[in-house]
Design a protein around this ligand. Sequence first.
Ligand code: NAG
Ligand code: NAG
Length: 298
Amino acid sequence: MASSTLLVSLFIFQVLFVTPAYSKLFREYIGADDKNVSFSDVPINPNVDFHFILSFAIDYTNTSSPSPTNGEFIAYWDKQNLNPSRISSIKADHPNVKVAMSLAGDSVNDHFVYFSPASINSWVSNAISSITQIVREYNLDGIDIDYEHFNADPDTFAECIGHLLFYLKEEKIVSFTSIAPFEDASVQQHYLALWSKYGHLIDYVNFQFYAYDKRTTVAQFLQYFETQSANYKGGKILVSFSTDESGGLKPKDGFFDACSVLKSQDKLHGIFIWSADDSKKAGFLYEKQSQDVLACKK
Ligand SMILES: *[C@@H]1O[C@H](CO)[C@@H](O)[C@H](O)[C@H]1NC(C)=O
Ligand SMILES: *[C@@H]1O[C@H](CO)[C@@H](O)[C@H](O)[C@H]1NC(C)=O
């Protein structure tokens, strides 16, 4: 009796405190740049959880002077390659693959995309119906929030996105959610307002570490990671780099050394890359390396 109680206690202790905090999550944005990239071009390691993130669905008209549509999203990614039947195939071939879509992004038809709701209720209602339709058509699993410019205050952003995420999860339309902030005063104000009220609805923080200066050092990168972990307290902050010309810590300058440090501290929750479109010409070298780092035991 006493010994079985002890065993149960030990088991509970182990589940609560000893299970390693790092996970094997690899995510990659795909489809924003019309580079004719397909899911099957990207190497997929069977020993990681792999998320493709379609870029982007945007609530703007597709015109030469695009205007906001108050939450009525349409898919702007490369739909030629990244279509429902290709999604079925890649998931059938790789049971560890899930597919998400990202909302908004930086720009559409060379104009900035602003978060511009007419009102909270109307935006949320339009967003729920248009997003549900796209998720069902493409059989998507998750959603990522990537507004980068704002025509509304932080509270309005928090309420709109919070209500949207609540509904999508409650109705099991998606099974995971993420946000993609970066270090900029306005961006952080909006996302931190969302985080403080609705952080419990957000599974991952795809922090855009590549929005920091070029030639970020390993030491600076680790400092930035701590700063953002404190900002998004309790969140799974994923580390990131880009394969385009943007800044941050690049693989050739020690990105994977920083990953090793975080891994040894049980803080490596996953890695994401912007973007498959940019990686295609170099043969996805760093996609392979990122997944190897995540897949191998400590
Ligand atoms: C797109 O890529 C496929 C191979 O993945 C190739 O067969 C096709 O010709 C390419 N199309 C263009 C327009 O480059
Ligand atoms: C936007 O319009 C262009 C030009 O007509 C077209 O090639 C593209 O497929 C359209 N995109 C969407 C998302 O409708």
